[in-house]
Write a protein that binds this ligand. Structure first.
Ligand code: NAP
Ligand code: ZN
Length: 348
C-alpha cells in the first residue's frame, strides 16, 4: 500500500520540471511521515537533473533541503511525535553497521548511503525528494528543527548549512583563524555566517564586487573580486583555510597560493569537470587540498542547534512551485540571494 502525493518532477536531463504525482510508502514501524512546508533548491539538484554526475532515473523529484511537520509516526518510533518541526537532508538511510556509520559518518557509508532522491532504496523503489507535499523517512534520518529558526530559513541548513559547518568545524574555524570562502551562493553565504559565528575572520572571494555589501552584512570582514588579478598577489599566503563552494571548475592552483604554510583548501563545490592541481602549489607551502561531503546525522543536529543558538538561518527567496524552472536558470546565472526555497503549499 502507498499514498499518492503531489510533486514536481524533472522528466529528462533537459526538460522543465512539472507537476505530477508520486507514491510514498505507508508508514512502517520506524518511519515518520512529514508534511513538507518548504524545500530548498540546491545547485546539486540542478547538477543531478542535468545529468552532470551521470545518468538519472527519470522522472525524478529533486530536493534534499526539506523542512516540515510530522503528521504520522510508526508504532516503534521513539524520537518524534505528531506536530514536531523536523527536517530531512541529503540522506534517508545507510547500513548503520559499517565503520563509517558507527563513527557518525553515515554520508560515507561503505555500503552506500541512500540519497534522498534518485537512488534505489532498501525496498527496491527509487527515492524521490522534497519538491513534494509529503515524505516518509526512517526516524534515524530525521532532524529536529529547533524553535527559533523559521522553517523556510531552516530548510537550506539541511544541505548548505551542514556542508559548510562540517569542514569549518573539522579544520578548526574559530578565533584567530583566517578563512576565505570562494563563491557567495547558497553554500557560500552559509559558510560566511557560520565561520563568523565560530569567531573566525572571514573573507569572501567572489567573481565580482556586486554582492560586497551583502557579504559584509552576513559576517565577512573583507571582500575581494577574483576577476581582479591583484587579489591573488594582495592575498598571497594569507588564509589558514579556504572553503571552495563554486559549482564550476576554477583554477585551484591560483587559490592554493593564498594559503599559509600548512593551510588547507577544502572543496565542497562539485562541478562535472575535473579540478586540475599544480603540485608545486601544494609542495611550496605544505598545503592540503581536501574535500568534504555534507555531514553525519548527529553532526547535522549539532549544526542546527548551533545555528539556533547563534540566530542563524539562510537568506532566502520563497517561491511558488511554478517558479522552479525560472529559479534553476537564475541559480545557473549566479543570480541567487542566497537560496530559493519552494513553498510546498503551492504544489496544487
Ligand atoms: P550556488 O548557489 O549556485 O553558488 C555557487 C556560487 O559559485 C555562485 O553563486 C557564484 O558565486 C560562484 N560561481 C558560479 N559559477 C562560477 C564560475 N564559473 N566561476 C567562478 N565562480 C562561480 O550553488 P550551491 O548550491 O551553493 O552549490 C555549490 C556547489 O556545491 C555545487 O557544485 C553543488 O553541487 C555543491 N554541493 C556540494 C555538497 C557537498 O556535500 N560537498 C553539498 C551541496 C552542494 P559568486 O557570484 O560569488 O562568484
Ligand atoms: Zn544540496
Amino acid at each position: 500500500m502507498t499514498t499518492t502525493v503531489r510533486a514536481y518532477a524533472s522528466p529528462s536531463a533537459d526538460g522543465d520540471l512539472a507537476l505530477t504525482t508520486i507514491q510514498r510508502r505507508d508508514v512502517g514501524p520506524l518511519d515518520v511521515m512529514i508534511e513538507i512546508e518548504y524545500a530548498g533548491i540546491c545547485h546539486s539538484d540542478i547538477h543531478t537533473v542535468q545529468g552532470d554526475w551521470g545518468p538519472q532515473p527519470y522522472p525524478l523529484v529533486p530536493g534534499h533541503e526539506i523542512a516540515g511537520i510530522v503528521v504520522e509516526v510508526g508504532t516503534a518510533v521513539t524520537n518524534y511525535a505528531v506536530g514536531d518541526r523536523v527536517g530531512v537532508g541529503c540522506m534517508v538511510n545507510s547500513c548503520g553497521q559499517c565503520e563509517n556509520c558507527t563513527a557518525g559518518d553515515e554520508q560515507y557509508c561503505v555500503n552506500g548511503m541512500v540519497g534522498t532522491y534518485g537512488v534505489t532504496d532498501r525496498d527496491g523503489t527509487i527515492t524521490q525528494g522534497g519538491y513534494s507535499t509529503h515524505v516518509v523517512v526512517t526516524e534515524d534520518f530525521v532532524l529536529r528543527i529547533p524553535e527559533g529558526i523559521e522553517l523556510d530559513a531552516a530548510a537550506p541548513l539541511l544541505c548548505a548549512g551542514i556542508t559548510t559547518y562540517s569542514p569549518l568545524h573539522r579544520w578548526g574555524a574559530g578565533p584567530g583563524k583566517k578563512i576565505a570562502v570562494i563563491g557567495l551562493g547558497g553554500l557560500g553565504h552559509m559558510a560566511v555566517k557560520i565561520a563568523h559565528a565560530m569567531g573566525a575572520e572571514v573573507t569572501v572571494l567572489s567573481q565580482s564586487l556586486k554582492k560586497q555589501e551583502d557579504g559584509l552584512r552576513l559576517g565577512a570582514g573583507h571582500y575581494y573580486a577574483t576577476s581582479d588579478e591583484t587579489t591573488f598577489t594582495d592575498l598571497a599566503n594569507s588564509f589558514d583555510l579556504i572553503i571552495n563552494t563554486v559549482s564550476a571548475s576554477i583554477d585551484i592552483s591560483a587559490f592554493l597560493g593564498l594559503l599559509t604554510v600548512n593551510g588547507a583548501l577544502v572543496n565542497v563545490g562539485a562541478p562535472a569537470e575535473p579540478l586540475p592541481v599544480n603540485a608545486m602549489a601544494l609542495i611550496g607551502g605544505r598545503r592540503s587540498f581536501a574535500g568534504s561531503m555534507i555531514g553525519g546525522i548527529a553532526e547535522t543536529q549539532e549544526m542546527l542547534d548551533f545555528c539556533a543558538e547563534h540566530g542563524i538561518g539562510a537568506e532566502i527567496e520563497v517561491i511558488p512551485a511554478e517558479k522552479i524552472n525560472d529559479a534553476y536558470k537564475r541559480v545557473l546565472a549566479s543570480d541567487v540571494r542566497y537560496r530559493f526555497v519552494i513553498d510546498a503549499s503551492t504544489f496544487a
